[in-house]
Design a protein around this ligand. Structure first.
Ligand code: HEM
Length: 94
């Protein structure tokens, strides 16, 4: 049987594969909370809108900056990728 957290992750992936827009690295770079209002982070090919998080206010998070692919940086974090589960995937990184 699937664990609840695994199930939630798979639903997100399925839901988004058909409908998601694709953004380039440069388009993502503008969504850093400064150049544009949006605060987006890419992780494992998905782009998440973390604008609702007080932990990402102004696009910064413990010396990490939004508007980028932070897949590699997650290794430095004291948490796993589960922190992304509550955020909407709003696009794919090209
Ligand atoms: C030195 C590096 C980092 C530190 C000290 C740090 C610390 C934290 C802490 C304390 C939280 C609160 C919730 C929790 O622990 O589960 C959190 C949440 C989160 N972190 Fe990090 N983090 C780091 C790096 C990163 C990186 C590189 C990413 C992206 C790949 C990331 C993405 C997130 C997200 C999306 C949340 C959820 C925010 C929310 O629920 O409002 N973090 N982080």
């Amino acid at each position: 049987m699937l664990k609840p957290d695994k199930f939630a992750f798979d639903i997100n992936t399925i839901k988004n594969d058909k409908t998601l827009k694709v953004f380039t690295k440069n388009q993502l770079a503008l969504r850093n909370g400064r150049d544009k209002e949006e605060i987006w982070v890419a992780f494992n090919g998905n782009i998440y809108d973390v604008g609702s998080s007080r932990l990402w206010r102004n696009g910064t998070h413990y010396e990490h900056w939004a508007g980028q692919d932070l897949t590699e940086e997650l290794k430095d974090a004291p948490h796993t990728e589960k922190v992304f589960e509550k955020f909407e995937i709003i696009g794919k990184l090209s």
